[in-house]
Design a protein around this ligand. Structure first.
Ligand code: ATP
Ligand code: MG
Length: 758
């Protein structure tokens, strides 16, 4: 068959081309960061289409995030030179499994409109079960049991298959709770995240006809980021590719960063055993980063044992060395990075001007984001947060979505529980208990139980009237989902208005209420991209990133985990401090496993950078409201001196940013210690004390000394983490009375106050 010309092949190096053209049989592409694995995988899809080997709906391609899936779809379109609508099976494991499970839900005792529970729902459910079992929740917190169950699901263990050692967890109750939890989920017609894969594995294992159907249908299977698959995902893949063995996996053992979530890097090593005769392709040329960046990354990862080991080289120009800088605290770090970003954007940094889209801040822990978000909001720097369902985690959003859920599937008990008395309808614990009892007695969902309760007049007063109104509403809105004249955005507004939910916030006088109303508007806006409420709810439960995009350029902020597979010309890596990165947990662990995973994370971080990479740390950080002094990360010692330039912290030695000190690695730690011991620093501290604060004025965020008695003066403008800006009205010892702009007058502890910027 004559294939159409294939310009996409010309863009590949010989090794990549080999991997792309070996269409039949198992292929493993094992290579370091930035060597074009994802690019080759994408070209492979295009090649399958172009040579007519498969239609777009016969290719199963698994990516790690929704964002990656979108990008791959776009790239396939670009390479083919035409837009492709029909790649329905390109997505994350979860997204693909939701679709499959909706088709076959009845095989595991579910209905096809099952609900996907989020973490909160999951915990609530477990709490109920734990209480029913008379287990002391304090000893065995629901979260801990949830983690245990997740772990079992990641290993594809159903309650029946649980090995004795596991089932014996929690004083021999663990296995039992798991079993009950699964039963309850089925009754609720619900699944949790782990179930999506687990149910599909079970279906494939117990229904060979279904498996065969998909083995035939998915003629080719492709998997990106294979190093991070867990056992359940691995089994699922092996089952699907078991017939034709046309499976191509790409990965990098050095980038395995989801061990804590059950990923098994061993899956990569097992590939050749599972698929004998597999073609293994190694790529060595890196097309992403400058030699300095590559050398630094390679040096850091060298600290890990038991690696497969890879050589990486690049033809890129040398570029700028990595830069390392220490700051007084996290706010200062955020302020400095904000300025750096502005000067990069403005072209005043001595390198080419860059768009905000070209820059990213990659943090180890999501709580680090707050300092950047606050700072960027203050200076009006557009940013987006990628990788956290932050918006959708907000209270009002979760409430609103619970309403939508009840409307879409009225037997969603957890959603109903959430909204039945929000806003207050006079349906307190007693009334809710009655609904529960009635529902349970008849084996029906709560909505129906509530109806029965009303019918037999088991509830009186205001509660009864309001409940009847709510139930009528649910009915009516449900019918409206089928109304062709009504968009689902309009319906969403109707639901929120008629239920009294919007009014609840309109009547609320707390400072947060206006923001919450804004968020609800935002939510309705977000619906626009979807066909209906159900599609939207599905999206939210799967969502990995939440960019609200007005099209303008923005700096990206995300965790290192979320940055996997991405690349940016300029990357900032803040918070390289022992206890934060590497995390305290990994440092406390016996053995090196945790620490090695952190080191891989460092490798992932550095290798995201194309041209500029800036690593920073802070000497002090506020953790859960307490100031803590920090030591620079041990990974900083592993940066090779000749590839790093150490910058002087602003405000020290009167040096400014430009004054570089030619030292790195161990010396950098010394440089920091020395910085804080230097005559210059001490002089500044003395000056600061004169001013009544412990921090030099040179840095614009002023930190109040922990032990100091209040150093504020009446009338001074201050900032409080929780209450915002205000003016000091009185001082008593370490307590300060503040008239807050957005809250009332409050007495707060001085150390929780800072002087506002400027
Ligand atoms: P990671 O391990 O971080 O996921 P990767 O191996 O998947 O990296 P890609 O993202 O596919 O690497 O490629 C890295 C960069 O190199 C991309 O910008 C890509 O376009 C470019 N690239 C890959 N292969 C080539 C090539 N043969 N010629 C030119 N550029 C290439
Ligand atoms: Mg990749």
């Amino acid at each position: 068959m004559a294939a159409r010309p294939a310009p996409y092949l010309d863009d590949l190096n010989p090794a990549q081309r080999e991997a792309v053209e070996a269409l039949d049989g198992p292929v493993l592409m094992l290579a370091g960061a930035g060597t074009g694995k994802t690019k080759a995988l994408t070209a492979r899809i295009v090649h399958l289409l172009n040579t007519g080997r498969a239609r777009s709906n016969e290719i199963l391609s698994v990516t790690f995030t929704n964002k990656a899936a979108r990008e791959m779809k776009n790239r396939v379109g670009a390479m083919l030179g035409q837009s492709i609508e029909g790649m329905p099976w390109l997505g994350t494991f979860h997204a693909i499994c939701v679709k499959l499970l909706r088709r076959h839900a009845e095989l595991v005792g579910l209905k096809s409109n099952f609900t996907i529970l989020d973490r909160d729902d999951q915990i609530r459910l477990l709490k109920q079960l734990i209480a029913a079992e008379h287990i002391d929740e304090k000893r065995w917190p629901a979260r801990q049991i949830a983690a245990l169950i997740d772990g079992w699901k990641n290993r594809a263990l159903t309650p029946e298959k649980l090995p004795a050692a596991d089932a014996g967890a929690y004083n021999h109750r663990g296995g039992e709770i798991y079993r009950q939890y699964q039963t309850r989920l089925r009754e609720l017609n619900a699944v949790d995240f782990g179930d999506l894969l687990l149910h599909m594995v079970v279906i494939f294992q117990t229904h060979p006809d279904v498996l065969e159907q998909y083995q035939r249908w998915f003629r080719y299977v492709l998997v990106d980021e294979y190093q991070d698959t867990n056992v359940a995902q691995y089994l699922w893949l092996r089952l699907l590719a078991g017939g034709h063995r046309n499976i191509c996996c790409v990965g990098d053992d050095d980038q395995s960063i989801y061990g804590w979530r059950g990923a098994e890097v061993g899956n990569i090593l097992r590939f050749e055993k599972d698929f004998p005769g597999a073609k293994v392709v190694r790529l060595e040329q890196n097309y992403r980063s400058t030699p300095h960046i590559l050398a630094a990354a390679s040096n850091v990862i060298r600290g890990n044992e038991g690696r497969l080991g890879k050589t990486l080289w690049t033809e890129a120009e040398e570029g700028e060395k990595l830069r390392l800088i220490g700051h007084w605290d996290g706010e200062e770090e955020a302020r400095w990075i904000g300025e750096e970003i502005e000067s990069l954007q403005g072209g005043t940094r001595g390198v080419r001007p860059m768009s905000l889209d070209e820059m990213a801040i990659l943090v180890r822990a999501s709580h680090q984001m707050r300092a950047f978000e606050d700072r960027f909001l203050t200076i009006g720097l557009p940013y987006r947060v990628i990788g956290g369902p932050r918006f959708y985690e907000r209270l009002e959003i979760r409430d609103a979505m619970a309403y939508f859920r009840v409307v879409v599937s009225p037997d969603d008990d957890l959603a109903f529980e959430r909204i039945v008395n929000t806003p207050k309808r006079g349906l307190g614990n007693v009334a809710q208990q009655k609904i529960q009892t009635t529902a349970r007695a008849h084996g029906v969902p709560l909505v129906q139980g509530a109806r029965m309760l009303l019918a037999k007049k088991g509830l009186g007063g205001k509660g009864a009237t309001e409940l009847a109104q709510l139930l009528n509403g649910i009915d009516r809105w449900g019918r409206m989902t089928g109304d062709a004249d009504l968009t689902h955005m309009e319906l969403a507004e109707i639901i929120l208005d008629e239920s009294g939910y919007t009014a609840m916030w309109q009547n609320d006088k707390t400072p947060e209420a206006p923001g919450r109303l804004e968020n609800l508007k935002e939510l309705v806006k977000a619906l626009e991209q979807f066909e209906n409420l159900q599609g939207f709810l599905e999206h939210v439960s799967l969502i990995m990133d939440n960019e609200s995009d007005d099209g303008g350029a923005k700096v990206s902020i995300m965790t290192l985990h979320a940055a996997k597979g991405l690349e940016f010309p300029a990357v900032f890596l803040p918070g390289w401090e022992d206890g934060l990165f590497p995390s305290q947990r990994s440092m406390d662990e016996t053995g090196l496993k945790g620490l090695e995973e952190e080191r891989r994370l460092a490798y992932v971080g550095i290798t995201r950078a194309e041209e500029l990479c800036t690593i920073s740390f802070a000497g002090n950080r506020r953790v859960f409201g307490q100031w803590q002094s920090q030591m620079p990360s041990r990974f900083i010692d592993e940066l090779p001196e000749e590839h790093v330039e150490v910058l002087t912290p602003p405000g020290l030695y009167g040096g400014g940013y430009g004054a570089a000190r030619p030292s790195a690695g161990i010396e950098a730690r010394a440089a920091q210690a020395d910085a804080y011991n230097s005559p210059g620093w001490r002089r500044m501290q003395a000056r600061a004390r004169e001013w009544g604060t412990s921090q030099p004025r040179e840095s614009r965020t002023t930190v109040i000394d922990l032990d100091a008695v209040s150093s504020f003066t009446v009338g001074e403008r201050v900032f409080h983490q929780k209450f915002g800006y205000g003016a000091v009205t009185a001082i008593e010892g370490d307590k300060v009375e503040v008239d807050f702009e957005k809250a009332s007058t409050k007495k707060v502890v001085a150390r929780f106050l800072t002087s506002p910027d400027d």
